[in-house]
Design a protein around this ligand. Structure first.
Ligand code: SF4
Length: 166
């Protein structure tokens, strides 16, 4: 197993793809399992079969990389993807503001009660600040730890992405 922690984040864009392809080649030739850690969700989609999204020390969403990046379910994942520059995305093309969230990221030594994203979540409800959500299965191995999915488990379609406020 190879632990690759931000292996391309400090590299020039022109050689990132080459390094990722080298890792993929090693994976196939040596039958390696690679744990790829990154803040760049676009490269995770390109490189990884499965993506797990972490927030403040907890895994909040998981599934195959295509589903997690194309149909993000957890509000944090949705904000993460909406924050990444993409010229073809509708809100960018229309000149609408990129999604924003309030408050600072929590302290890892004193995280918030309940859902750790609750102080910053645009969709938080009352229970979010006191009760930790379990994983809710959304179908085909895709899941999210978010109270919004209570009662809709097994749904193939995650809730719509958050709308950018103007
Ligand atoms: S559990 Fe509540 S606060 Fe946490 S991501 Fe879901 S809606 Fe937001």
């Amino acid at each position: 197993m190879l632990l690759a922690d931000e292996p391309v984040s400090m590299l020039d864009v022109s050689i990132r793809l080459g390094v990722l392809n080298l890792l993929r080649d090693l994976e196939e030739r040596l039958s390696l399992a690679i744990l790829y850690i990154t803040h760049d969700i676009a490269s995770a989609r390109y490189f990884a079969d499965t993506t797990l999204v972490m927030y403040a020390g907890r895994v909040v969403e998981g599934g195959d990389s295509e589903t997690v990046t194309q149909k993000p379910a957890h509000p944090y994942t949705q904000l993460l993807i909406a924050s990444a520059p993409h010229p073809e995305r509708a809100d960018v093309a229309a000149g609408r503001p990129v999604l924003e969230t309030a408050a600072e990221p929590p302290s890892p030594i004193d995280p918030p009660e309940g859902c750790r994203f609750s102080p910053r979540c645009p969709r938080a409800v009352e229970r979010c600040g006191t009760s930790t959500p379990p994983r809710f299965e959304l179908g085909n191995g895709h899941w999210a730890a978010c109270w919004l999915y209570e009662g809709v488990e097994g749904s193939a379609e995650p809730i719509p992405e958050l709308e950018a406020s103007s």
